[in-house]
Design a protein around this ligand. Structure first.
Ligand code: RIB
Ligand code: CA
Length: 329
């Protein structure tokens, strides 16, 4: 396979905070970022979404250990949306959020809640912090509410969420937006420069089941975090089928969004004005798109490169092949 990924000058390491509801696809997105020397993961902030906050937080702590993120804070965030009731979850990730692969760790917890960790990290990075948001936007909305100057300290916010057309949890709404549409609305109008990687923009990353089976067989016996953990996660997604972009193929949404975050040169966006439906029960969480206004700093993903996406998956799995982190657990 010809290497399409450009060589990266690791001098320009990008500080990133990942807000997430792990989540099997969140797991692979965080694994990809952890394998990329061009980014430094300053913190992972957990939010309720795919499963309850207790599970997403515990999973984030486990990922810190598995992926060797020694200097990364893991912070506990919102256990319910800003307005709607908690508990709007799907069965797509298994009861523990990791397809049965979760386990407790002795990883130390962060003394700060997620919204304070987001702010402190933004201050520490002096305006260079980038945020990759992979779950409902509750933590970010709270951080922006409590710290009005935060919007000027975030260099870029890349969001896996929303859609320019179809939904996946209802016909109209994508899951992250549907769980907390009010947080979506507040973040969209916060003034933070943002790129929305919606379901339709990520569709080019759809993998046939045969492509997933090839990846699984290529890496199944290589041991380490890849063979002992990541391949079983990919197998769970492959066998889960539903909720991943259709019944003939699979879009690993957060992983595809992470590729767009790490390799923006392979993605295409268009400038838009974004809102989120917060009132109409039938279309709650729907992404409302209109022509960009003069002060808009929002874009929506219109396409990405599948070959680069697949190369990232192979590179990530090679990186963690044979790694002995798992053996310490
Ligand atoms: O709609 C896909 C999104 O919802 C992903 O972030 C997945 O983890 C779920 O949270
Ligand atoms: Ca997610």
């Amino acid at each position: 396979m010809s290497e399409l990924l450009p060589e990266k000058n690791v001098q320009d390491v990008r500080p990133v905070l990942i807000d997430s509801d792990p989540g099997v696809d969140d797991t692979l997105a965080i694994m990809l970022c952890a394998s990329d020397p061009s980014v430094s993961i300053k913190a992972i902030t957990a939010v309720a979404g795919n499963v309850s906050l207790n599970h997403t937080y515990e999973n984030a702590l486990l990922l810190k250990k598995l992926f060797g993120l020694k200097d990364t804070f893991v912070s506990k965030g919102a256990e319910k949306p800003l307005v709607l009731p908690a508990g709007r979850v799907t069965a797509v990730h298994g009861n523990d959020g990791l397809g049965g692969l979760s386990r407790k760790t002795d990883t130390p917890a962060d003394a700060l809640p997620a919204w304070e960790r987001i702010y402190q990290t933004a201050l520490q990075e002096k305006g260079n912090l980038e945020i990759l948001a992979l779950g409902p936007l509750t933590n970010l909305a709270l951080a922006l509410r409590y710290h009005p100057d935060l919007k000027d300290l975030i260099s870029q916010l890349v969001i896996m969420g929303g859609s320019g057309s179809y939904g996946n949890v209802t016909s109209e709404a994508e899951f992250n937006s549907w769980v907390d549409p009010d947080a979506c609305e507040e973040v969209f109008h916060s003034g933070v420069p943002l790129l929305l990687c919606g379901l339709d923009g990520l569709q080019p990353a759809a993998l046939e089941f045969s492509e997933l089976d090839s990846i699984i067989s290529d890496f199944d016996s290589c041991g380490g975090v890849t063979g002992d953990f990541a391949v079983p996660v990919i197998r769970f997604i492959r066998n889960g089928r539903h909720g991943w972009g259709g019944y003939n193929n699979v879009v690993i949404y957060d992983l595809a969004a992470a590729v767009c975050f790490l390799h923006p040169e392979q993605a295409s966006y268009r400038s838009v004005h974004l809102s989120c439906e917060t009132d109409d029960e039938r279309t709650l969480g729907k992404t409302l798109i209109s022509e960009a206004l003069s002060d808009d700093l929002s874009g929506i993903l219109t396409g990405m490169n599948k070959e680069i996406y697949v190369q990232c998956i192979h590179s990530m799995l090679r990186h963690f092949s044979g790694s002995r982190i798992l053996a310490e657990n």
